[in-house]
Design a protein around this ligand. Sequence first.
Ligand SMILES: Nc1ncnc2c1ncn2[C@@H]1O[C@H](COP(=O)(O)OP(=O)(O)OP(=O)(O)O)[C@@H](O)[C@H]1O
Ligand SMILES: [Mg+2]
Length: 370
Amino acid sequence: MYLSHLLLHNFRNYIRETINPHPQLNLIQGENAQGKSNLLEAIFLLGMGKSPFNARSREIIRWGQEWFCLKGRVQRRDHSLEVEMTYKRDGSREVTINGQREENISQLLGRINVVLFSPEDLQLLKGGPSFRRRFLDLQLCQMSPRYFYYLQQYRRIIQQRNMLLKDIGSGHTPGRDDLSVWDGQLIQVGTGIISRRQEAVNKLAPLAAAFHRKMSGDKEELTVKYRPSIAGGGERSREEIAADFQRVLTAARREELKRQYTMVGPHRDDLAISINGKDVRTYGSQGQQRTAALSLKMAESHHMEGEMGEQPILLLDDIMSELDARRRQFVFAAIQGKGQVFISGTEGDEFAPGGWGRRYSISQGRIGVG
Ligand SMILES: Nc1ncnc2c1ncn2[C@@H]1O[C@H](COP(=O)(O)OP(=O)(O)OP(=O)(O)O)[C@@H](O)[C@H]1O
Ligand SMILES: [Mg+2]
């Protein structure tokens, strides 16, 4: 699929700009602080309904304005699609898909598939488990509305269950029977999330390893393993996951009543990522961490393509400046013919002379072609 038209209106530092991107390679060039990342953020937002950095609409609206509007037209294999969104300063928003108003923002998911790699993604390797859970959730939500629904439900269950644990802890007893009702729901919905994450990691791990191997000139073996908080991971059926969940929850009961929050479940999952057997977070060099993050993102893109039958739009924010010449060459070769790609950078196209579909140069929120 590819974005054929984009309008930005009062979005960050853009007053009103439109572009008609190339179906394949788009180079976004500009000096620092001109609007390159903002442009990629806008495309991500059209796909996900929210900013990749969890920015609120009032941060995104151009300073001094009351609303921003984004419009995107996308060509998919067998149909085209127009998404328009207006977000106001008071937090209200209006989203239309093909001119039809959608009340629920989740209707956007899966319409315009995006994979964003930004400098912040180094947190995948350096940061806490929540970054790695988010990595899985973002792709799974785009591939499966059901997964998104599970996540929403799961959040609600955790909230309710934590409230109940607090009530019991402070002597107000609705009782432990109620707790076991919530346990049942926690396990049911949680098992759905865990089995989908497990399935995703099984597909992602070999893809990421293959990419990383090539990037490192066959020197490094990247291993990605799912670490669910309720068990050791590996291949497990839904029944086994549910049984594990029940067992771990029972074992944690006393501690949970003491601490008054839900201590086990998908909200505590993690990924274990290592290179040549050594944990990347603890032992990886900067370059290794960067390469591993990129490998994970490229794997995400391939994974989505495999599941959806179409390549997602790839947004690569400022990756080339961090890579040595050999790795740049490799990345450039890897994205050729890989659907629509937007790559931003402060340099020109020195790293990839020729072969660009379209070049954009950005200066103070104005987009020029060529
Ligand atoms: N809501 C907003 N209204 C107006 N301007 C904004 C808003 N939010 C951010 N900006 C400005 O947009 C400018 C461009 O930001 P952006 O992150 O896109 O730069 P960039 O081209 O990616 O630069 P770099 O090469 O440093 O990453 C910044 O100077 C920032 O202050
Ligand atoms: Mg930037």
